[in-house]
Design a protein around this ligand. Structure first.
Ligand code: DGL
Length: 257
């Protein structure tokens, strides 16, 4: 009854925390492909190849009943490949463009993501399929995933960098101002308080983590039955540094030696 939650780093913890609330009694294995972090500027073919190799090993070792790809940069690329190879329910994390288009009042929505995610055909087809009536601005942030990890580990934040990374999200078209910014990278919800503080005007920062966890739950065939479960974390670069171990332990995750 293992659920595998996968990200390039520790951003997927924003999805894990919602998944645990909704699917208690399952054992969670959190995996960070930190040897390849950040995914945001990888070339697509090479990234698919790398992720498939990593997943082959993970699935053999953990035999999960469900896989959650808690990374937009990965999901917008890898989902068809994973579904073709494994007969396991797989939930992805893709930019929440449809709910944003349904909720906006001003008709101005921005999608804050990694450079990889904004370039994907997948993301662009979400815009044309679900948000044709809305003005969607795709904003590729080069440094935010790293800035988020740094913030999670140290509490330090470079406000000028954050301000310049989010600036492009704010559009004012003859008084019609952006009212929703989609957090289309699982790292970003950890910075949402900082975004709120530094934003030029208030917007709804849309974090889809809970909706993703709800969807995942519908795909589980059986309820979890494991008691006193110890969730674990593993990282492709090997045993993490002490500051990371402390963070993971705060999330109730044990790193196996
Ligand atoms: N957490 C990842 C996402 O949701 C991206 C971080 C990275 O660039 O690796 O897109």
């Amino acid at each position: 009854m293992t659920i595998l939650v996968f990200d390039s780093g520790i951003g997927g913890l924003s999805v894990l925390r919602e998944a645990r609330v909704l699917m208690p009694g399952h054992k969670f294995v959190y995996v960070g492909d930190d040897a390849a972090f950040p995914y945001g500027d990888w070339e697509e073919g090479a990234l698919v190849e790398r992720m498939m190799t990593v997943f082959d090993g993970l699935i053999e070792r953990h035999a999960p009943v469900l896989i959650m790809v808690a990374c937009n940069t990965a999901s917008t690329l890898i989902l068809p490949h994973l579904r073709a190879r494994y007969d396991i329910p797989i939930v992805g994390t893709v930019p929440a463009i449809k709910p944003a288009a349904e909720r906006t009042s001003s008709g101005q929505v921005s999608v804050l993501a990694t450079p990889g995610t904004v370039q994907r055909d997948y993301t662009r087809s979400l815009v044309s399929e679900f948000a044709a009536q809305v003005n969607v601005r795709l904003v590729g942030a080069e440094h935010l995933a790293k800035a988020s990890e740094n913030f999670m580990l140290t509490g330090d934040v470079d406000e000028d960098l954050i301000r310049s990374e989010i600036a492009e999200c704010f559009v004012d078209r003859l008084g019609a101002k952006t009212d929703i910014v989609v957090l289309a990278c699982t790292h970003y919800p950890f910075l949402s308080q900082v975004f709120r503080r530094l934003a030029p005007w208030p917007v709804d920062w849309l974090n889809p983590a809970e909706a993703i966890a709800r969807h995942a739950k519908t795909l589980l065939k059986e309820a979890g039955e494991v008691e006193d479960v110890q969730d674990i974390a593993e990282f492709t670069a090997g045993r993490p540094q002490p500051d990371m171990l402390r963070l993971l332990s705060g999330f109730g995750l044990k790193v196996l030696d």
